[in-house]
Design a protein around this ligand. Structure first.
Ligand SMILES: CC(C)(COP(=O)(O)OP(=O)(O)OC[C@H]1O[C@@H](n2cnc3c(N)ncnc32)[C@H](O)[C@@H]1OP(=O)(O)O)[C@@H](O)C(=O)NCCC(=O)NCCS
Length: 203
């Protein structure tokens, strides 16, 4: 199996990934256009890289990788009449370099053959190279939680706050974190009662 990693992917690489996702990401009963509006509203962060996996030159797996500083705890200052909007200032809190996964997807007829495992395994290696402290993703935990558990991802019980593309404050529904470079930071975040501020976009 071959892999290709595109850091700061260009429009052509994003097109290839999106076409693959359109054909393979959703279950039969879900509708692509509805999914796209959710993506545009909540999951609009630009990927740091896209990873492609090929089997005999055929594209069989895609994942988006993200990286940015998030903040554990601290104070968010909002304008008085804009309680729901982006904070104008963040004070204190602890910056944590989070790497992340999004759009993890294996071609429909190639599932349960270990390709998903390879995608996450390679992704974790890359996040290590980027020196990320922890990995973060937002998943449908009921459906995919057990898949991510095997790579060290554990549901984060605290509040994960992000801002959607309209600037509205939102809570992540299925936040999961895993240790990458620092087990100590991972444990600290996991046990913390403080909010984790993700910034703009839930990846
Ligand atoms: C989730 C997904 C990426 C898994 O890919 P895959 O190639 O089928 O996974 P693998 O074959 O590598 O599975 C690795 C292991 O996880 C298990 N597994 C796979 N999907 C699972 C799931 N949804 N729940 C629990 N376990 C799962 C497999 O049984 C296997 O275990 P084993 O090594 O003990 O046999 C794939 O089903 C997919 O693309 N789904 C649609 C898109 C999606 O929902 N992505 C996740 C978005 S959060």
């Amino acid at each position: 199996m071959e892999s290709q990693l595109f850091t700061k992917p260009n429009a052509e690489q994003i097109d290839i990934a999106e076409q693959f996702l359109k054909e393979n990401f959703l279950s039969e009963e879900e509708i692509w256009e509805n999914h796209q509006s959710t993506v545009n509203l909540k999951y609009f962060s630009k990927p740091e890289a896209i990873l492609f996996l090929y089997e005999d030159k055929e594209l069989v797996g895609v994942e988006y990788l993200f990286k940015r500083y998030v903040q554990l705890g601290g104070l968010q200052i909002y304008l008085a009449k804009q309680k729901e909007r982006n904070p104008i200032l963040s004070i204190g809190g602890e910056p944590i370099l989070a790497g992340g996964f999004g759009n993890v997807c294996v071609k429909r007829n190639q599932r349960r053959k270990g390709i998903g495992k390879k995608l996450i395994g390679k992704g974790i290696e890359i996040l290590k190279e980027w020196d990320c402290d922890i990995a973060y993703l937002d998943a449908n935990i009921e459906k995919n939680g057990p898949f991510y558990n095997q790579f060290g991802f554990i549901p984060f019980k605290g509040k994960c706050i992000f801002y959607n593309s309209r600037g509205k404050r939102m809570k992540a529904q299925g936040p999961m974190i895993a240790p990458i470079s620092s087990n100590a930071i991972f444990k600290k975040v996991l046990k913390s009662k403080k909010s984790l501020y993700l910034g703009n976009g839930n990846w």
